[in-house]
Design a protein around this ligand. Structure first.
Ligand code: NAD
Length: 704
């Protein structure tokens, strides 16, 4: 068996190679290998320098995150990295690919760093709710100035080799083989008699302005990463690097770092890390099923969604034909696409040349004949069953057999849409989120007839256009919008009970939602939800207070940002409270006899979220969502639910299902009982002291 870490001599230079496919992630075996090799090297004479490199496609790209649950096996990171740093001869890291997390920290423990041009260095630990705990917070600010060092750790974004060189993290950037370049560099060091240059012995760069900078970063973190503990721990550790000698600073880092993995924040983020991989595993969908080829795409409707969806495909290099009813609509749609791309150019995220290439992939047409050679057509016209059925009948006639027909409907019954075609097995829901070119979520809605091959193609297509595809079954609103309904219902009821829109939104935003729901309604257009409800009024509760605030605003033509007024006023685009709306709501509440409870922040959050979670439990029982963790992925990637709380179902588990169940019973007594019946699954799990996670584990054991 080949060793994970091996040594080969190149004259008086020892080349240490890590070889642990696929990405050389650090685990116990790799640390043990490094310890063995560097201990041996310490005892050898005749070796004048060591080059540390990796086999395969990348330098060490992270650590084995399962070790958070099992505990870090010995030897630990500090022991091994200290041993490397202690080396009496210079150690040069030769970096290619992406050095991430523990990999970047390994490079920092070496004395010099040589990087291939395309190499990148990143410390993304905060995205898992932890901090670089293998010396990263102490060594990085000794190599590069404090501010970019902090930014690199706070943003988690990798920096290029060129940037790393500019900032002092890298000593040499090479175009060719980094191992040969590192050996040549080692030779130079030997010839010049330069020995080890230990990061721990360097002063922190920019320590003189540290006080001001750290306090500015603390303020920034409190605003942009609120409710999170790992960014605060990170800044504390960096402050220790500034104020204390290395040996003490590293102890502070260890103390901070050790307590983070058990905190809810890190558990939530790790849960999502695995949940986002799990979504592609569909019980009963054999990996032997081959997806169909998608080389050309048609899109019906050049509005908000159709335009954004076109961009998704063009961005992935897939040609698109966009169809609408009139040339004006096509021109308007295309102009919006151009404007969106232009924004990326002015922000510097895309070059004009790339934009030109992408725009060249988008054609327009008024004629269904343009879809003759399409492999997939996505419909994104107004949310109307009659219209969608009409369009699907036309598509069925115009598009070649075997091509997939998809709808972007937010709420409608896709089985009913598919029924007008002669190919219901080739019909699927592809539910994008607005703005479609930005939002990472794609709900893939499987009808009663959607074939396995089409489902597999939809999952593959999601991957190609870099979306997280989550499979749902057909019901009103699928996973996301169906759970939004009770959430919004409670928010609207709270304003009728005397909480102001700012209080409701403020409570939800303090909890961590990206935006309060009433502000979201204003942004999306208040009339959208209203129209959807009107279309299915016969199915809704006969409760005059049900979604009444939105109905009132719609009746007045106060449709949100697009009309300058909604739950709030928009003067010059700025959102401000509207006392007239508050007065209007109070008057309506009195007319309807709604008691003025004036719910506080805690009650608002409990009512909105527990109503949503209860609906989530129903979705699981009904098999609309496959897994509790799928719901968490939908909510964190499509609905602004805070990742550090893990999604609604993980959050429910962290609160405790018994407590949620009890509160739902309280609300059943105190509020309108028709809305507060605990879902049988929630009741069962609460009574047996179980959780959604345990339920999911049992389900998946039974399925396999
Ligand atoms: P939109 O009003 O912005 O665009 C609809 C487009 O369809 C218009 O350009 C219109 O001219 C065109 N159209 C209408 N009838 C047509 C026909 N017979 N043939 C061809 N084109 C026709 O609407 P939107 O916001 O893009 O929504 C489209 C669909 O996407 C709806 O089903 C909606 O529920 C869904 N959706 C919307 C959002 C959102 O946030 N806007 C999010 C997810 C899903």
């Amino acid at each position: 068996m080949s060793e994970v870490v091996s040594v080969a001599d190149r004259g008086d230079i020892a080349v240490v190679t890590i070889d642990s496919p696929p990405v050389n992630a650090i685990n116990q075996a790799l640390r043990a290998g490094l310890k063995r090799v560097f201990s041996e090297l310490a005892g050898r004479t005749g070796i004048k320098a060591v080059v540390l490199c990796c086999a395969g496609k990348t330098f060490v790209a992270g650590a084995d995150i399962k070790e958070f649950d099992t505990g870090i096996g010995l030897p630990g990171y500090h022991e091994v990295y200290r041993l490397i740093e202690d080396s009496k001869v210079p150690v040069i890291a030769a970096v290619h690919g992406t050095a991430l997390g523990g990999g970047t920290e390994l490079a920092l423990a070496c004395h010099y760093r040589v990087a291939q041009e395309s190499a990148r260095f990143g410390l993304p630990e905060l995205s898992l709710g932890i901090i670089p705990g293998a010396g990263g917070t102490q060594r990085l600010p000794r190599l590069m100035p404090l501010e970019p060092a902090l930014d690199m750790m706070l943003s988690g974004k990798p920096v290029s080799a060129a940037k790393a060189r500019e900032q002092g993290l890298v000593d040499l950037v090479c175009a060719g083989d980094p191992i040969e370049a590192a050996i040549a560099y080692a030779r130079e060091l030997i010839d010049q008699g330069r020995g080890p240059r230990r990061s721990r012995d360097q002063p922190v760069r920019g320590a003189e302005h540290a006080g001001e900078l750290l306090s500015a970063k603390r303020t920034q973190v409190a605003r942009t990463m609120k409710n999170r503990n790992s960014p605060v721990a990170l800044i504390d550790a960096v402050q220790a690097a500034v104020e204390l000698p290395f040996a003490q600073g590293i102890k502070v880092e260890a103390a901070k770092s050790d307590e983070l993995p058990q905190a809810i924040e890190s558990r939530a983020l790790r849960h999502l890390f695995f949940a986002e991989r799990e979504v592609r595993r569909i019980p009963g969908l054999s990996s032997a099923i081959k997806p169909r080829n998608i080389e050309r795409v048609g899109i019906v409707g050049a509005g908000t969604m159709g335009g954004g969806i076109s961009m998704c495909f063009a961005n992935a290099g897939i040609p698109v034909t966009l169809l609408d009813t009139a040339q004006d609509n096509l021109d308007r749609g295309l102009a919006t696409i151009v404007k969106n791309y232009q924004r990326s150019v002015s922000r510097g995220s895309l070059a004009q040349e790339q934009v030109d290439q992408r725009l060249a992939l988008i054609k327009t047409s008024l004629d269904y004949a343009a879809f003759a050679d399409a492999d997939l057509v996505i419909e994104a016209v107004f949310e109307s069953m009659a219209l969608k059925r009409d369009i699907f009948a036309r598509l069925d006639a115009a598009v070649r057999p075997g091509a997939i027909l998809a709808t972007n409907t937010s709420t409608l019954d896709i089985d009913e849409i598919a029924a007008v075609t002669r190919r219901p097995q080739d019909v699927v829901g592809l539910h994008f989120f607005s703005p479609a070119n930005v939002m990472p979520l794609l709900e893939i809605v499987q009808t009663r007839s959607t074939s396995s091959e089409v489902l597999m193609t939809a999952l593959e297509t999601a991957k190609r256009i870099r979306k997280t595809g989550v499979v749902a079954k057909v019901c009103y609103g699928f996973i996301g919008n169906r759970m939004m309904d009770p959430y919004g219902r409670e928010a609207e009821r709270c304003v009728l009970e005397g909480a102001t829109p700012e209080q409701v939104d403020g409570a939800l935003e303090s909890f961590g939602m990206a935006m309060g729901i009433l502000a979201v309604y204003d942004l999306a257009g208040i009339d959208i939800g209203y129209k959807t409800r009107e279309a299915r009024r016969h199915l809704l509760p006969k409760d005059p207070s049900f979604y009444r605030p939105t109905a009132m605003l719609t009746e007045r033509g106060w449709l949100g940002q697009k009309t300058g007024r909604g739950y709030y006023r928009y003067d010059g685009g700025k959102r401000t409270p509207d006392s007239e709306v508050v007065a209007m709501l109070a008057q309506e509440a009195s007319r309807l006899g709604v008691p003025q409870r004036r719910p506080g922040a805690e009650e608002i959050v409990e009512r909105c979220l527990y109503a949503m979670i209860n609906e989530g439990a129903l979705l699981l029982e009904q098999g609309i969502a496959l897994r509790a963790s799928d719901i968490d992925v939908v909510y964190t990637s499509g609905y602004g639910f805070p990742r550090y709380r893990g999604g609604p179902m993980f959050y429910a588990d962290s609160v405790g299902l018994k407590k949620i169940y009890q509160r739902i019973l309280d609300f059943q007594r105190e509020l309108d009982p028709q809305y507060w019946t605990p879902a049988p699954l929630l009741e069962k799990l609460a009574m047996s002291g179980s959780s959604f996670a345990q339920w999911q584990a049992t389900q998946s054991r039974q399925a396999s």
